[in-house]
Design a protein around this ligand. Structure first.
Ligand code: SAM
Length: 246
């Protein structure tokens, strides 16, 4: 059998393409891409001529996944790319990896750019422990449900957001978490890359003066040690009070 390679592509800056990614895309028999038009542009920039460019996205993956697996079992090496960054991170790929693992196919990551981790490392917030949430659901009540479940998470929280919803999402975070430390990372690796570092209120204020444009990662501080201690003390307090009543 062949191998499934998960190949990272840039998240804006073409110089973030790795030597290995270029070589893998040149050497693989098939490239499966989220948006073949987008990938064609990348390939032509790096002078890569694919023998077969296959479309693999959210809406055809149920059918195209098993077909790609058959190619690999027949001995073809397949490179999977998404439109930007790491495949399978808020992008299609995880299902294909699962199928490959079930079929006993070797799966090899070819790492590179990723928006969430790039935002985290430059945010100034703790990096020792973090939770990646990615995109929140669309409905307010579904968002609040997830955020309230994260209120006592102690690691830094990482979210992806589109420009037309970033303000609304930050406001809901302020409602759910209180005014925590936060960083907004915008247009990472691109010409207008920007970081807003401060609190959730600072980020909201900044957004009110800078109309949202481009791509955003939201980096939010986890529950502070003091808040966790307070919550625990309140919990013990509620227990002893309950016993007292009983
Ligand atoms: N697979 C990608 C990765 O590894 O980062 C993520 C793809 S996801 C469909 C796209 C989202 O990632 C955007 O809505 C934005 O939240 C974030 N993103 C991608 N590129 C970015 C960039 N250059 N600057 C800031 N955020 C970015």
């Amino acid at each position: 059998t062949g191998t499934l390679y998960l190949v990272a592509t840039p998240i804006g800056n073409l110089e973030d393409m790795t030597y290995r990614a270029v070589r893998m895309l040149k050497e693989c028999d098939i490239i499966a891409a989220e948006d073949t038009r987008q990938t064609r542009k990348l390939l032509s920039h790096f002078e890569i001529t694919p023998s077969l460019l296959f479309s693999y996205h959210e809406h055809n993956k149920a059918a195209s996944g098993p077909e790609l697996i058959r190619y690999i079992i027949e001995g073809k090496n397949l490179a999977l790319v998404s439109d930007a960054g790491l495949p399978a991170i808020s992008d299609p790929g995880a299902d294909l990896v699962q199928l490959a693992v079930e079929a006993g196919i070797p799966v090899v990551p070819v790492p590179g750019a990723n928006a969430a981790l790039s935002a985290l490392i430059a945010s100034g917030l703790p990096t020792d422990s973090f939770t990646f949430i990615g995109f929140l659901p669309r409905e307010r009540k579904d968002i609040l449900k997830i955020l309230s479940g994260l209120r006592s998470a102690q690691g830094t929280l990482l979210f992806y957001e589109s420009p037309h919803r970033v303000g609304k999402t930050l406001a809901l975070m302020l409602e759910a978490f209180g005014n925590r430390r936060a960083a907004l990372a915008r247009e990472l690796t691109k010409r207008y890359e920007e970081f807003v570092r401060g609190t959730l209120e600072d980020c909201l204020e900044w957004l009110s003066e800078h109309p949202p444009l481009g791509e955003y990662v939201l980096v939010i501080e986890g529950e502070s040690a003091e808040a966790a201690a307070e919550a625990e003390a309140a919990w013990w307090q509620s227990l002893t009070t309950a016993e007292h009543v009983a």
